[in-house]
Design a protein around this ligand. Structure first.
Ligand code: GLN
Length: 206
């Protein structure tokens, strides 16, 4: 069985745990999900989700709890990370905001709360590279990705002409909240269909 972690210092944790379980089931995998609130658990995780919430708070706690370096090592080992909304901001190399202590895992510049007051929250049918049907993407005070110009991150989806989902090696980052819809295809892409990421192979039980 696989071990999954959901970074749980702040933000929407339970929804991610449930989405990981749905995606694993859809891919015929068994998974045990742990909530990560302190150092020492991430090294045992095969896959990791970093949820939305408030990016300033999340990044500060990740560093003070000693979890930040463990997440960086997880990615360096080629294990998959799904970073969503505030998680994407924290994972970026430039959050355009000094209050966020970024992890510099994804070579992208982001703009916090990029979709404006009137559109604080909205749902959009998103065309995502690798998915046959549009994905119902829920945006909540979402960031946009402003700059992918160094070419390390591939854009998987855009909305309003702005990138909102990217992949770089074992990392998938989304500006929206894939854990808030029953549709687990984004978790599936990030964890079980990312050829650049290392997930332990299915045991041959026959
Ligand atoms: N606006 C939040 C931030 O900038 C992110 C919103 C979210 O994760 N839903 O931290």
């Amino acid at each position: 069985s696989l071990t999954a972690g959901v970074v749980a210092v702040q933000g929407d944790v339970e929804e991610h745990a449930a989405a990981i379980e749905r995606a694993a089931q859809a891919h015929g995998r068994e998974v045990t999900v742990h909530e990560i609130r302190n150092a020492g658990l991430v090294p045992d995780c095969d896959l990791l989700a970093m949820p939305g919430g408030e990016s300033t708070t999340i990044s500060r706690l990740l560093h003070s709890e000693g979890i930040a370096a463990e997440i960086q090592a997880h990615v360096e080992a080629g294990k998959p990370l799904l970073a969503t909304c505030a998680g994407l901001i924290v994972a970026s190399s430039d959050p355009n905001d000094d209050r966020v202590d970024e992890l510099s895992l994804l070579d992208v510049t982001v703009e916090r709360n990029a979709f404006g007051r009137q559109k604080d929250s909205f749902e959009a049918p998103l065309d995502v590279a690798g998915l046959d049907e549009p994905y119902p993407a829920v945006f909540i005070r979402a960031p946009a990705i402003d700059d992918v110009s160094d070419g390390n991150a591939a854009v998987l989806a855009s909305w309003d002409g702005r990138p909102v989902a990217v992949q770089q090696g074992p990392i998938v980052g989304t500006a929206f909240h894939p854990e808030l819809t029953p549709d687990s295809r984004i978790h599936g892409l990030a964890f079980f269909e990312n050829d650049d990421a290392t997930v332990p192979a299915l045991e041959n039980t026959s």
